[in-house]
Write a protein that binds this ligand. Structure first.
Ligand SMILES: NC(=O)c1ccc[n+]([C@@H]2O[C@H](COP(=O)([O-])OP(=O)(O)OC[C@H]3O[C@@H](n4cnc5c(N)ncnc54)[C@H](OP(=O)(O)O)[C@@H]3O)[C@@H](O)[C@H]2O)c1
Length: 276
């Protein structure tokens, strides 16, 4: 027999519900690559709205400056800086890590969103066995090695010192199943590698550093299909439309925040219900 007082429900011990501010990122510092447009820009804004200071990264300095200025104007209470750099080079990744360490001390959140498909100048009828080495090298350098170099550059000290961090890698459905576009083979393969790297890092950097992925579906800055391939996919999307960059942002805020404190090595798929 237990007494009435022993049976009383206690919600004050932090074991139930959501602690206040669980989805907030106040006092956190986030690096977002690929931040000058579309999904990366949206994630930069959303993380800033949730309370984080942001370093936005892309190669094109002018467009990046405009994008950072727009986020600063939208969230003036946050510190928003931009660091033009190519994540596909050792030098670029080193520049980003130095920038963050010199100006902010350390990062708490990294979103690896920059990507390359290296499809420029590639013929539409490219054969599956005719893919040039240059496509493989560029896509893997940016999408896989770029992400790894940045994780290492920003968080090697955290792993040693037991400091917490959250990494979010942006993967793709074409890394989960082949799409009927031969030229997507290196890109899809690199995203599959990024997803597996996410899981390896999650296992080996737990419990302090969480490493997760977001898999966006077809997303365009206008919310309309951005090319013929994207239009052809519409019947496969139960929601019958492509996504808006803002519709990926909630997943990033969640994964970056303490609301996801028991989630690592996972992927959140935001694709309108398309079956991969
Ligand atoms: N949009 C979709 O439908 C879709 C679907 C599935 C997955 N994804 C993934 O979602 C992420 C964002 O896609 P998106 O469509 O929003 O991209 P996007 O519109 O093509 O923009 C790419 C961004 O990455 C930057 N970038 C490219 N190469 C870079 C490099 N080497 N170093 C630094 N920055 C670089 C670009 O700026 P600069 O060119 O100036 O460097 C730009 O800011 C990518 O990882 C992509 O694979 C997108």
């Amino acid at each position: 027999m237990t007494s009435d007082s022993e049976n009383r429900v206690d919600l004050s011990n932090g074991m139930y519900g959501l602690p206040a501010g669980s989805f907030r990122l106040d006092g956190k510092m986030a690096v977002v690559t690929g931040a000058s447009r579309n999904i990366g820009l949206s994630l930069s804004l959303a993380l800033a709205q949730a309370g984080a200071d942001i370093v936005m990264v892309a190669r094109g300095a002018e467009r990046l400056e405009d994008a950072a200025e727009a986020v600063r104007a939208a969230v003036p209470e946050r510190r928003i800086e931009q660091c033009p750099a190519d994540v596909g080079t050792t030098e670029g990744a080193g520049r980003i890590a130095d920038f963050v360490h010199n100006r902010f001390g350390a990062a708490d959140i990294l979103v690896n969103c920059a990507h390359s498909s290296a499809k420029g100048g590639i013929p539409a009828d490219l054969g599956i066995l005719d893919i040039p080495d240059s496509m493989w090298i560029e896509t893997f350098n940016t999408n896989v090695l770029g992400a790894y170099r940045l994780i290492k550059g920003l968080f090697a000290g955290h792993a040693r010192d037991g400091k917490e961090a959250s990494v979010i890698n942006i993967v793709s459905g074409s890394g989960l199943l082949p799409v009927p576009v031969v030229a997507n083979c290196p890109y899809g393969s690199s995203k599959a590698a990024l997803w597996m790297m996410t899981r390896y890092l999650a296992v080996n950097l737990a419990p302090r550093i969480r490493v997760n992925a977001i898999c966006p579906g077809n997303v365009s800055p206008t919310g309309e299909p951005h090319n013929a391939t994207s239009r052809r996919m519409l019947p496969e999307i139960p929601m019958g439309r492509v996504g808006r960059p803002s519709e990926i942002a909630g997943a990033a805020v969640y994964l970056a925040s303490s609301a996801a404190s028991f989630t690592t090595g996972e992927v959140i798929i935001c694709n309108g219900g398309r079956a991969w």
